[in-house]
Structure formats: C-alpha cells, structure tokens
Design a protein around this ligand. Structure first.
Ligand code: TK8
Length: 336
C-alpha cells in the first residue's frame, strides 16, 4: 500500500516535471547479465540499478539480473546484445576490443595514477567519444563502472622481479593488448573467458591471473592462488551496455529511465568498490594469501617493459584518440 502510493507520488512528480508521460513507459522485462557472483561489487551495483529502474518507471520496467556468467561470458553476451537476443549487460571494456578497437585505449598500462583521474577521463569527452563508437557495432554504452586497478596472483612463486614471471602460465582477458603485455613480461599468456578462470586455476590449467583485489576476493581466487603481487599495472573499467536493436525500440521516457538509473548505479558502484578495495588486501591476507609489493626498482623495470605496448595501442586506436587521451589525463593530473 505504502509502496504503491510512493510509486504514484513519483509518477506524479515526474509528470509535473514534464519529463515523462506515464503512457510513454510500457511494461518491459530486461535481461541484464554480468560475470561475477551476486556477492560482488558487480552484483551489488546491478541490484541498485534494478531497484532504481523499478522506481523510476513506476514499477513497469523490470530488470531480471543474471550473475556468474549464467547468460554467457562477456564476449558471448556482447554478441547476444548485438543480435538482439539479450537486452543488457555489464562487462569489461577490454573484452570489447575485438568489436570496437578504440576500447583498447583503456588497456594502456599505467594510464591513470588514481581513480579520480579515471573518473575524470571516463566521464569526460574522451570517455564519451569511445563509448559512442559502439553504436555502429550494435551496442549502446550507458556508463562506465569501476572494475579497478589490476594485480597479479599465481600459484608458483612470489613475483618479486620480472624474471619470476618466466614461464608462468598466466590467464589474460581475450584481448591482444593484454596478451602482448604479458608475453613481453615473459609470462606464458593464455587468453580465457573469465567464466572459465576459477576452474582453470583449480585444475592448474593455468598458474595465475590478474584482476583487482575485489574480484580476487569475491571470486574466491584466494582458495586456489597462493601469491599476490601488488602491481596496479592497469586500471580496468566496466561498461554498462544495451542492445542497440532493443534501445532503438524504446521511447524517450524509457531511455531516460535506463540512463538515470545507470548513472545512479555508477555513483554507488564506484563508492562501494573503493570501500571494498581499501580493505581487500587485509582480507586476502587473512584468507592466507602471501602478499608482496615490488621494490621501486623492480616496479620501474616492469613499467618500462609494459609500456612498450603503448606504440601499438596508439596505432590501433589512432594517433588522434591517443593524443586526446594523454591530454585529458594530463589535465586530470593537474586538477587534483
Ligand atoms: C567479468 C570480467 C572481469 C574481467 C576479467 O565478466 O575478465 O578478468 O576483469 O571483470 O569482465
């Protein structure tokens, strides 16, 4: 009863604001897929998104969330969105590079020093420009969420210097920049979908992987990985996507509901992820992981090697976008 009158009040407020006509919002069921567990930053933010869509649409638009890659890996879901068989998803920008080459700009090692720089660039003109490139491929990008700074885990040995990576079978995302980066470091890099990663680690098909602390925690990689090296080698965004086929059939009011809810989910997600990341290292230690940081000299050597992929990223995304991104980062750095 209370909920109903609240819904009415919201609908009236929206009408008064002239933003939405109630008849412009139809009953909709939207399947939204993601790769991590329900108990993860991705799962929690998906819930916030779903609740907000419900609220803003007066209960007409329903998000049905599918976690743990139950609708498929990032790459499989992207194809389902393009074909119109699935409406929405959230996943790594890195797994989109095969579709939209400009997405590789976010794979640039050490592009951002901190999350504030990432927010400024992703939410600014460069982030918008890269996102807009998806449309010609059948996807609509709503907002970027934070996956986070990536760190290295493995089961062979503590990685204290570059040479320690020699021959380690390391799972990387299905993306050439990551493949090249880790080959350059001497690892035996093997591309695999995230959905197959836990079992690949468990069966020792691969020795290691790299992901943000949050994911190492929520995906329970600590159960099958002993060593964690703090490398922060790249900042990974996630992106919330809608099938363009589906999007084009929505009214302006329905699009606004999805966009506003996506923005709210983004703000929640970044806060939540940062809070969790700040505690995650201690949590992972408590779970028994052996954690080490690189000495400044070794971190520098790794950085030197990794940034050798920059030239190929620049030529893939185009020199204009490369330069624009560097300028935006410099501006964000100066603004701090
Ligand atoms: C989840 C993936 C994951 C990414 C990866 O579907 O593949 O390692 O970091 O978050 O998008």
């Amino acid at each position: 009863m209370q909920r109903r009158s609240l819904t009415c009040a919201i609908a009236l407020a929206l009408l008064a604001a002239g933003a939405v006509q109630a008849q412009d919002i139809k009953p909709r069921l939207i399947r939204f897929g993601y790769g991590l567990n329900e108990q993860s930053n991705q799962g929690r933010a998906t819930k916030v998104f779903a609740d907000e869509v419900d609220k803003l649409s007066g209960g007409k638009m329903k998000i049905r969330a599918f976690g743990a890659a139950s609708l498929g890996s990032d790459v499989q879901m992207q194809q389902a969105l393009i074909g119109g068989a699935q409406e929405m998803m959230v996943g790594s920008t890195a797994t989109l590079v095969g579709i939209t080459k400009e997405m590789a700009i976010w794979d640039t090692p050490f592009l951002f020093d901190n999350a504030q720089q990432a927010d400024a660039v992703l939410d600014g003109p460069v982030g918008e420009k890269v996102k807009a490139k998806l449309e010609e491929k059948g996807l609509v990008g709503l907002v970027y969420w934070e996956n986070g700074f990536r760190n290295l885990t493995n089961n062979k040995r503590a990685v204290a210097k570059l040479e320690d990576l020699d021959g380690i079978k390391l799972r990387v995302m299905q993306n050439n920049v990551f493949l090249d980066s880790f080959k350059t470091l001497g690892a035996n890099a093997i591309p695999l979908p995230f959905s197959e990663l836990f079992s690949a680690l468990e069966t020792k098909a691969v020795d290691g992987q790299e992901n943000p602390f949050n994911t190492i925690l929520s995906s329970k990689f600590y159960e099958v990985q002993k060593y964690l090296t703090v490398t922060n080698h790249v900042y990974s965004p996630w992106i919330v996507l809608v099938s363009k086929k589906y999007w084009d059939g929505l009214s302006a009011a329905e699009k606004k509901v999805l966009m506003d809810a996506a923005r709210k989910s983004r703000d929640f997600e970044r806060r939540d992820t940062r809070e969790e990341a700040a505690k995650a290292l201690a949590d992972l230690k408590a779970k028994g992981m052996q954690i080490n940081e690189l000495s400044p000299a070794e971190a520098g050597r790794m950085r030197d090697k990794l940034t050798r992929v920059n030239a190929s990223i620049a030529s893939n995304v185009g020199m204009d976008l490369w330069n624009e991104t560097q300028a935006a980062v410099a501006k964000a750095r100066a603004a701090k």
